[in-house]
Design a protein around this ligand. Structure first.
Ligand code: JAH
Length: 252
């Protein structure tokens, strides 16, 4: 996979050398280039921002350097982190992991002149994505997050292929808690069931924990979980945990 990152702060991406992303780079799985947007300025001050038309606070990124930068890296799928983007999900990470050229545009200030995104969209797929409902100083940290989510899905990167298949089985619910040795630590014991060797009961316990955690912490996820995916044992776990569930075929 080819990845181009365009930013006014290339130094943000230095730590990627150390991580799994760096390992993927070494193997030829990932060809990553980080570009300084100021490369494509022509004035002595290498200006990347200007005042907003219509007034208002802050500054907006000028279109000319962005246009030249995007022309230089060529066509791919343009990913633009923004607080006004669509929520970025694990499904998006899988879709991006299947592509061979990603271009990440890191905005700063109040954002990038909208014509840059509209012009790019006339030549290539563009995704404006948000990592959550909060505002950062710029897109750099969001790009690092998205790159980590995507590159760990590339064939040959994770190392433990089982982790990815297990993940997809549990899709739509939070994972159960995990434990390792020692069996007792600071008077706290690992649940007996996990040490029983009874794989059937362990799977049931983990399923119950997933359901109860999701219902308690992520009512939004629980509400969109297909009721047809809840069997008798699932419903009992939720009911025993004090969570209200609508039986199948009963309208609200
Ligand atoms: C802020 C450009 N949803 C996380 C997120 C992503 C990007 C930005 N903020 C939050 C951002 C200022 C300028 C991008």
């Amino acid at each position: 996979m080819r990845v181009d990152v365009i930013t006014i702060f290339p130094d943000y991406f230095g730590p990627l050398e150390l991580s799994l992303i760096g390992k993927a780079r070494g193997t030829g799985i990932l060809d990553l280039e980080v570009h300084d947007l100021r490369t494509w300025t022509s004035d002595v001050h290498r200006t990347v921002d200007d005042t907003p038309y219509g007034g208002g606070p802050g500054m907006v990124m000028r279109p000319e350097p962005w246009g030249q930068a995007l022309d230089a890296v060529g066509a791919g799928t343009l990913v633009v982190p923004s607080p006004v983007g669509k929520p970025f999900t694990q499904a998006d990470a899988h879709e991006l992991a299947a592509l061979d050229h990603l271009i990440f545009a890191c905005g700063r200030y109040e954002g990038i002149d909208q014509r840059v995104i509209d012009d790019a969209a006339s030549r290539m797929p563009v995704r404006e994505v948000s990592l959550g409902d909060y505002v950062l100083f710029g897109g750099e940290v969001a790009v690092i997050v998205i790159m980590e989510a995507v590159t760990r899905l590339l064939p040959g990167v994770l190392g433990n292929a089982d982790s990815l298949t297990e993940e997809s089985h549990a899709a739509g619910l939070l994972e159960a808690p995990v434990y390792t040795k020692p069996a007792a630590w600071r008077d706290r014991e690992v649940p007996d069931i996990l040490r029983s060797g009874d794989h059937g009961r362990i799977a049931r316990w983990r399923r119950d924990q997933s359901l109860l955690r999701t219902a308690a912490r992520r009512p939004d996820m629980m509400a969109s979980y297909p009721p047809s995916s809840l069997d008798k044992a699932d419903r009992k776990a939720l009911d025993d945990g004090g969570f209200q569930i609508t039986p199948p075929g009963v309208a609200e």
